[in-house]
Design a protein around this ligand. Structure first.
Ligand code: F6P
Length: 321
């Protein structure tokens, strides 16, 4: 493999730039010609592919977002789109791809490999942490720290007014942002899409926790069917005397400077992905499990069901007394 291209796809996440930098520089280190694809798979289809050198990724390790831009490509979902993408990379002699993103990114990559036999290695980049084969995805640490910072501030005002706040956080199908940020902000309850919401249990818990609490925080993952506003209404029905407010944190969770942990993770996985490609890997995601680099087939990486661990949900309950 002599010519490698890198792209970011799906929702952006802090640390994607650090990963792009690592891929480009690791490729150059190993003697490859490097390219960047703009706007994810859309850029492959439309031929937005640019040569990149070591300088082109200078001064980006600390920046949120992605300098390559990202997209959720509709065109790449069709065989015609993928064929066009293949023609474009063939023209440039690109014979290896590194894709940074989440489940949609790896699903697209799997199809592309199947149909056109392109070597592709993936890097997990999503704030949701909803991929198997890595303890953490790039951007998750920064996102949960953003949530913790925001909820700490909300706690100050909740405390001053004796209020209950329902805080809705991101995580399309995953409660992992909600769970860890809930534990670290001392939330009274955390509602996640992986578990059916037992309103009775939540009301009972609110009823049983200390009556003299002056603030209460309920964290709701957006993926949960009902969302923060509905949860707040239900709480108001059961506890009309609570002064309830809702705060939806939204896309602030996707931006900002990546944390040190995300920069190091991105740097390690960036190097591993290129070295994996050069060793002949394809259709696999580079991840970090217990501090060690591991490669997981895309098909397995997108099944993240085991990541919600009972210990985390129990801790919220035990500590909210
Ligand atoms: O996958 C990351 C994520 O931030 C999810 O948590 C969220 O549901 C989704 O992206 C929102 O995506 P967008 O607003 O970019 O369509």
């Amino acid at each position: 493999i002599k010519n490698i291209a890198v792209l970011t796809s799906g929702g952006d996440s802090p640390g994607m730039n650090a990963a792009i930098r690592a891929v480009i520089r690791a490729g150059i280190y190993h003697g490859a010609n490097m390219f960047g694809v703009r706007r994810g798979y859309d850029g492959l289809v439309n031929g937005e592919i640019i040569p990149m050198d070591a300088k082109s990724v200078a001064n980006i390790i600390q920046r949120g977002g992605t300098i390559l831009k990202t997209a959720r490509s509709e065109e790449f979902k069709s065989i015609e789109g993928r064929k066009q993408a293949y023609e474009n990379i063939k023209k440039l002699g690109i014979n290896g791809l590194v894709v940074i993103g989440g489940d949609g990114t790896f699903t697209g990559a799997s199809k592309f490999i199947e149909e056109f036999d392109i070597p592709i290695v993936g890097i997990p980049g999503t704030i949701d942490n909803d991929l198997a084969g890595t303890d953490f995805t790039i951007g998750y640490d920064t996102a949960i720290n953003t949530v913790v910072d925001a909820v700490d501030k909300i706690r100050d005002t909740a405390e001053s007014h004796d209020r209950l706040f329902v805080v809705e956080v991101m995580g399309r199908d995953s409660g992992l942002i909600a769970l860890r940020s809930g534990i670290s902000t001392g939330a009274e309850a955390v509602l996640i899409p992986e578990l059916t919401v037992d309103y009775q249990a939540i009301m009972k818990r609110l009823d049983q926790t200390r009556k003299n609490k002056s603030s209460r925080i309920i964290i709701v993952a957006e993926g949960d069917n009902e969302g923060g506003l509905v949860v707040a209404e239900k709480i108001k029905e059961s506890f009309p005397h609570y002064d309830v407010r809702v705060s939806i944190l939204g896309h602030i969770q996707r931006g900002g400077k990546p944390s040190c942990m995300d920069r190091v993770l991105a740097s390690r996985l960036g190097v591993a992905s290129v070295e994996g490609l050069l060793e002949g890997r394809r259709g696999e995601m580079a991840g970090l499990i217990c501090g060690q680099i591991q490669f997981t087939p895309f098909g397995k990486a997108i099944k993240h069901i085991d990541k919600i661990n009972d210990n985390l949900t129990r801790i919220v309950e035990i500590l909210s007394l």
